[in-house]
Ligand binder design. Sequence first.
Ligand code: UDP
Length: 324
Amino acid sequence: MTKPKILITGGCGYIGSHVAKLLTKKGYQVVIIDNLSATGKKIPYGKIYPIDLSEEKEIIKVLKEEKPEAVMHFAASIVVPESVAYPLKYYRNNVENTLKLLSAMEKVGIRKFVFSSSAAVYGIPDTVPVPEEAPLNPINPYGRTKAMIEEILKDLSEAGSLDYIALRYFNVAGADPEGELGPAYNQPTHLIIRALKTAKREYPYLEIYGTDYPTSDGTCIRDYIHVMDLAKAHLLALEYLMSNGKSLVLNCGYGIGFSVKEVVKTVKKVTNIDFKVVETERRPGDPPVLIADNKKIKTILSWEPEFQSLETIIKHAWDWEQKF
Ligand code: UDP
């Protein structure tokens, strides 16, 4: 039996593309809406509509034509410091365009929604590892856009308009273990990619943004999760909604933190390349520590990570990086 049709916004981007491949492999029919702004390239999975989410009429047309059973919404602007500098871009792309998508879904009668949220909704959490029940207290515009959409989804769900799962991503990294997909940003800002590109001599040195945080070595601590384990979480979330599961908010992380300095050390070890590191000022909008309490996703969705090792994450990202 053919499995249902799923619409993926941002399906040509980093996380969306891994999910599009996984769903295709599992037999789902995948339809993608992507403006190709992140990478400029289509992926070899799904039927791709190169549309921007701001084009509401076009979105309605695609939804009417394809009639997907669920929407997975990845398309967004995602760079924290950019959101601090250009907040309006973030409120337009992440809030206004998501509202347009939700209105289009309502018009066409689509009632299942998987949302890419972020650990950035917590801001500087009081409890570490942070549980989903912690207050939403984002400290940058990017995090605020994700928190706003979560609030909107809660209202819609309570009004009986849809069921949703908001997945709060911690620090997504790594690449498809089969070497076909990987991070492909035009201007990468994320730590692991920048460190690998420094190892490749694309940059003369790697900057460490801040060494005076209240952590053991003074650098920020993050919970790095392999993109394929995150893709699997999306598949489980989708299956849960398809079997009439009710709305949920779930952290996606391993519950283990690494400091920036530990990541740099592991990148040097995996690549076997030494490179110059320069300690600079703090970057605006960075919370000191973000680590997931992942009990809820493990219990409710029976999610079991397969690639839970910083070395494996970096190794897969390095394999991908060396293709270019
Ligand atoms: N970071 C850094 N140098 C870089 C990129 C990032 O020191 O070139 C730090 C950043 O300040 C943060 C951590 O690495 O503390 C993770 O940043 P990233 O941008 O990868 O993810 P974020 O946590 O902002 O989503």
